[in-house]
Design a protein around this ligand. Structure first.
Ligand code: NAD
Ligand code: UDP
Length: 323
């Protein structure tokens, strides 16, 4: 395998740090760029002594001059509470971050992969969601800064591809969970596990019948790396996620049972524009990448619970008050 110089933006975050692990272990020269808005150095502390790993504190809304062969563009707050905290900054991170990495890719003739999202489908009226579905996004709602920012980033990726022949990849990631999620990110898996481990009330929004499909991080990282290394004729967008769908009530019950928790479920108001249902159609990923998830929710949750049970929460600063 040819060793490459690889930039990972948002590389200290949950997904980015797992991508860095994989690339460093393969021997590539990895530059991790992050402004630590929703993460902290501890996610990559174990890599700091490695000669082929470099950590740079930088905000991707500003240009950066590097020479690289590949770019994984993961920088962007991903949890609803975090991306809604400063929505204008979220939009800037998506759009200006995309312009900056695409400009770098054009100059360096690098390959660049965008971490897009199932949120481009909004509150979907097609179920499960195929890549051809154009979505149902409220452009002026509280989730729009993220959804429309990610949609604009996809547009920029395809325009640089068509106009400037930049070698792109776009993956649409569905809900992914696992070790190194921020304990105070407010996402459903981290919230329920943190609450269950401390025998606190489990905060179920709405009546808990809304659904999501959860992918374990190791499966997702495998899909993303396959996409980056796949043929230049398949640029995406491609859905990556686990098609097995659960209601949030089922998720809460499963986490209470796996943690032997005394927690009780309490019902909280449903957030505005919260999608009712979500499930990826992964036909394209199966066909073009030979990829499908292997880790069942119960096994992935057990590994995540194990990680959270060893965390000292005093070492984590909530990035925003929304968790
Ligand atoms: P995360 O919050 O753990 O990681 C995002 C990282 O980007 C953090 O380290 C954060 O500090 C950094 N960041 C944010 N703004 C930045 C800026 N302006 N400059 C530099 N760094 C910045 O979240 P994650 O779950 O690891 O998400 C990573 C990417 O994957 C995001 O782009 C997200 O939209 C996408 N994604 C994730 C999921 C999921 O379920 N985890 C689903 C769909 C898409
Ligand atoms: N949710 C919940 N309780 C929580 C956090 C989230 O019931 O403490 C619900 C939320 O309303 C949504 C689902 O869980 O329906 C997934 O939320 P998350 O923020 O993890 O991700 P989303 O897929 O909405 O971006």
């Amino acid at each position: 395998m040819k060793l490459r110089r690889i930039l990972v933006t948002g590389g200290a975050g949950f997904l980015g740090s797992h991508i860095c692990d994989r690339l460093v272990n393969e021997g590539h020269d990895v530059i991790c760029v992050d402004n630590f808005f929703t993460s902290q150095k501890s996610n990559v502390a174990h890599l700091l002594g490695r000669p082929n790993f470099e950590l740079v504190r930088h905000d991707v809304t500003h240009p950066l001059w590097l020479e690289v062969d590949e770019i994984y563009n993961a920088a962007c707050p991903a949890a609803p509470g975090h991306y809604q905290y400063n929505p204008i900054k979220t939009m800037k991170t998506s759009v200006m971050g995309a312009i900056n990495v695409l400009g770098m890719a054009k100059r360096c003739r690098a390959k660049v992969l965008q971490f897009s999202t199932s949120e481009v489908y909004g509150d979907p009226t097609e179920h499960p969601q195929r890549e051809t579905y154009r979505g149902n996004v409220n452009p002026i709602g509280p989730r729009a800064c993220y959804d429309e920012g990610k949609r604009a980033a996809e547009t920029l990726f395809f325009d640089y591809h068509r106009s400037n022949r930049v070698n792109i990849r776009v993956v649409r990631i569905f809900n992914t969970y696992g070790p190194r999620m921020h304990p105070f990110d407010g996402r459903v898996v981290s919230n329920f596990i943190r609450q269950a481990l401390h025998n606190e009330d489990i905060t179920l929004y709405g009546d808990g019948t809304q659904s999501r499909s959860f992918c374990f991080v190791d499966d997702l990282v495998d899909g993303i790396i396959r996409m980056m290394n796949g043929p230049d004729t398949f640029v995406g967008p491609v859905n990556l996620g686990n098609p097995v769908e659960y209601s949030m009530k089922e998720l809460a019950e499963q986490i209470i049972s796996l943690t032997n928790s005394k927690s009780r479920i309490t019902f909280k108001p449903m957030p505005e524009d919260d999608p009712r249902q979500r499930q990826p159609d992964i036909t394209l990923a199966r066909r073009h990448l030979g990829w499908e998830p292997r880790i069942a929710l119960k096994d992935g949750l057990s590994r995540t619970i194990d990680y959270f049970s060893k965390l000292n929460l005093d070492h984590f600063r909530p990035p925003t008050p929304n968790f």
